[in-house]
Ligand binder design. Sequence first.
Ligand code: PLP
Length: 362
Amino acid sequence: MPTLEELETPTPIVDLDRLERNLDRMAQYAVEYGLSLRPHIKTHKSPMLATEQLRRGAIGLTCATAAEVEVMSAVGKDILLAYPAIGRARLERLMGVSSETRLTVALDSAEAIEQLAAAARAHDRSVSVLLEIDLGMHRVGVASVDRVIELINLVRARPPLMYAGIAFYPGHIRQSVSVQDESLAELSAALGSVLSELEQANLRPGIVSGGSTPTAFRTHEIEGVTEFRPGTYIFNDRTTCEIGACEKDDVALTVLATVVSTAVPGQAVIDAGSKALGREPLRAAGGGGFGVLAEHSEVTVKAMSEEHGLLDLQGSDWLPAIGDRVHVIPNHVCIVVHLNDVVHGIRNGVIETSWPVAARGR
Ligand SMILES: Cc1ncc(COP(=O)(O)O)c(C=O)c1O
């Protein structure tokens, strides 16, 4: 194992104490409010970390791609694909997952139901279905309850598919946690009316799956939710901080980078560009740039080439030297993880462990 000083940069490193605190906090919140935690593994893509989530009481895992389901089925026996399973290639991969793993798919169309039913029949495999509803995100999800009811009835007519419940994603709620009251009340009311209409139609959902990191610790305010699927919370990032869904010292993953040039006045260049940080905007109010330095919160990555990150030194009295190492808090951590093969876990300044980003790629 190299020492921290010997690590080649840029590289993602994880503060293991913070990681464990993030895992514990979410697990405790779930217990406190009687909510089932089904973390989205797209953030870490690591069976080792999924195991840590399950060990702390997560009831199962959420995935977005067939590759993630394949990799996670080695450790998770109850997996939700929160993505429409459209197309032969995707369905074949899904059906190839060990039958010991209970598979659930969230979908929003008759086409998705027919394709999944045909694949499930061909493989003689039962698959649970959550009907995706749109409660404000306007990405996927059925808008009217009548359509939800039609699709539930279609699922019920297509064994071995099984109607298990409904799903929604409150990804449109990205304002500060402290001012989410109105949005959460609206969401709760919208969900409440869907649930009462389903109840009247005798189609009460067993599972009501929602949740995100920005709303995670207020999930209990969305009445009717039975399980929640935060992903980003395991590492957190600049966006999560700006939203107030975590403190700065809850950011577990940073990109370790080296200052490689100070030739142009007013800026320094680090070796973390768009291939290390991703060209992700800050998904919250609070400033521009593609990341911020953990040790100098006034310094952002103002521009990038593929291998160059340009630090904006206007407004900072820090005088970087060539070879200095810095920790960049990325805007969106999930993309950073996806760009790397390996992540290093650090405790007390020492690399304690390293793990592969096993479910990256397709
Ligand atoms: C369907 C779905 N569920 C859950 C999540 C997790 O949300 P977050 O990234 O806020 O933790 C995502 C994130 O993209 C998602 O798309």
